[in-house]
Design a protein around this ligand. Sequence first.
Ligand code: DAT
Ligand code: MG
Length: 151
Amino acid sequence: MSAERTYLMVKPDGVQRGLCGEIVSRFEKKGLKLVAVKFTVIPKATAENHYGEHKGKKFYDSLISYITSGPVLAMVWEGDGAVAVCRNIMGKTNPQESAPGTIRGDFGMVTGMNLIHGSDSVESAAREISIFFRPEELMTYDRSADAWIYE
Ligand code: DAT
Ligand code: MG
């Protein structure tokens, strides 16, 4: 088992709609391990750093105002292939194209309010985790259930 980490965040619409528990539960039940969590309103400069790759795109300004519009649930999750596993659990970017059974497929209707962020690569994950968490906020612990999740 490799301890790959990914950065996930329930966006303001997910928080406002009372879906934090439902969303966290899906990653927890899958067998991923929670490493860090923070409930916070993202400062504008931090949002611009996080979404820097999208600067200049037509949806950029609305993306920044949406992601800073209210509290988000910022998290780090760990597990074998965690980045790709979590992207699959989230579903495609456009919720109208996301498969049923995924978070976006089950709960979303438009790309501009697609409920959850997840890192798209191991490199992005490392960058994003460092934006939102200090190293000492990342928990290292043994989980007895791992013996029943990984061969
Ligand atoms: P993802 O969040 O699936 O990694 P992304 O990195 O391409 O998708 O885009 C980041 C966010 O920006 C996405 O979750 C929602 C918003 N977004 C992307 N493309 C968009 C579009 N065409 N119209 C409106 N919002 C968009
Ligand atoms: Mg992305």
